[in-house]
Design a protein around this ligand. Structure first.
Ligand code: SF4
Ligand code: SF4
Ligand code: FES
Length: 215
């Protein structure tokens, strides 16, 4: 029998949000929850591992890990809890207020004063479903190496599981986002994008001029 045919028929027991179900082998935890018509499965978006919204806690015997439900397949005996959305960000800033890069370091430490208090517990690293070197990224940011830190976080999907795991409330996901934002903010845009935006700006100007002449 082909593996996919077998998967269509074989079922294994597991629990999702405390409810015991038998799920098809080969389907993801999201599909299993939907197939079983479990209520309250709301944190689901892309089903492709890019929106970071299907956050789950997974228990295998004594081992507890975190993950994305759309990227995790059913397993015998797995205990799954869908986690609620993360709470509102605590670190506020407006990137448009950043006029030059001389005071970035002062701004960063004013916005993220906890970032230099990393206790190197690795909680953020072990919680990251994208296997990002989160701890290194935080250390680079705290040292003012924002471009390099931003590169560490390039694959980040902002699931914020690392934020929940951090005992120092550093919010590593938001540290990474800050680094990517300031890097983009202070870099020249790609020339083809600049040229295209200028073309569009001129067309819009010509269009609005034509309209006012017709009026
Ligand atoms: S760095 Fe944090 S927010 Fe980004 S994917 Fe990893 S756990 Fe999720
Ligand atoms: S979870 Fe927080 S304190 Fe622990 S290594 Fe990561 S950033 Fe540092
Ligand atoms: S639904 Fe988007 S990452 Fe799982």
């Amino acid at each position: 029998m082909a593996a996919d045919q077998k998967g269509d028929h074989e079922r294994v027991p597991l629990t999702i949000n405390g409810q015991a179900i038998d799920a098809k082998v080969g389907v993801t935890l999201v599909e299993a929850a939907w197939d079983a018509r479990l209520p309250g499965i709301t944190g689901v978006g892309c089903l492709e591992g890019v929106c970071g919204s299907c956050r789950v806690m997974l228990r295998r015997g004594k081992e507890i890990t975190l993950g994305l439900a759309c990227q995790t397949f059913v397993e015998t005996g797995l205990e799954v809890i869908f986690l609620p959305p993360s709470s509102a960000p605590r670190h506020h800033y407006s990137i448009s207020d950043f006029r030059d890069s001389w005071d970035i370091h002062a701004r960063f430490h004013a916005i993220f004063p906890e970032a230099s208090r990393c206790r190197h517990c690795h909680g953020c690293v072990t919680s990251c479903p994208k296997k990002i070197a989160v701890e290194d990224g935080v250390a680079l940011a705290a040292a003012g190496r924002y471009r390099e830190a931003g590169e560490v976080f390039l694959e980040c999907v902002m699931c914020e599981l690392c934020d929940g795991a951090c005992p120092e409330l550093i919010a590593p996901a938001h540290v990474g986002l800050f680094c990517r934002r300031v890097t983009a903010h202070f870099h020249l845009r790609p020339p083809n994008l600049v040229t295209r935006l200028e073309e569009l700006r001129r067309k819009r100007l010509a269009g609005s001029k034509g309209e006012s002449e017709r009026e």
